[in-house]
Design a binder for this molecule. Sequence first.
Ligand code: HEM
Length: 183
Amino acid sequence: MIKASSNAAGLPFLPANLLGGLLCLHRSQSKSGSMATTTMEPESAAETSVPQAKTITLAECQGHMSDKDCWLVVDGKVYDVTPFLDEHPGGFDTLVSNSGKDATEDFDEIGHSRAAKEMLAKYYIGDYAGGASRKASKAAPAVSGAEAASSTLSSLLKALLPILIVLAAVYYLQLTQQAKAAA
Ligand code: HEM
């Protein structure tokens, strides 16, 4: 049985301690979650840097936005589609107008065939420094089990918090009534 203690103002410590403990637990969980991410980063960077892909920034891509020199980004990768401009069944202008930016959304919206997706490899020149594009960033949370577990715990605590506050209030009222009855 857990006993409640009182401070100088006669307030019971138990609910506050209970809540405080839970909040600390929550905080330490989030901290360990972020620590895990930072400590794991160099490892995964080392793993991915083995093939030594060139990283290309958005600014670099923006220097290649003409019908003579055309770079675009699809799914976190940069493609120099200059030799393909005249062959593109969707027209060279669609490629030029999608150059110098992340064209993933437009590329996907067209519903390009598997053959078209396989053609991409022919024009690959490096990885996009702007980070994973829409498709890649959607897939990322699914593979991170630790992050998913941490967010589940976080939402569980958020759901429990109002209940704990109500319980603490009821408990406090009971104690004050008992104190009044005893007086
Ligand atoms: C490097 C990137 C790209 C490659 C290799 C590529 C390749 C192709 C190929 C092979 C087709 C023929 C249809 C198919 O097989 O799906 C096609 C059609 C098409 N593409 Fe692309 N494409 C690229 C980027 C883009 C982008 C960024 C757009 C922007 C909207 C675009 C718009 C279109 C359109 C409108 C068609 C015609 C679809 C139709 O007539 O039904 N493409 N593309």
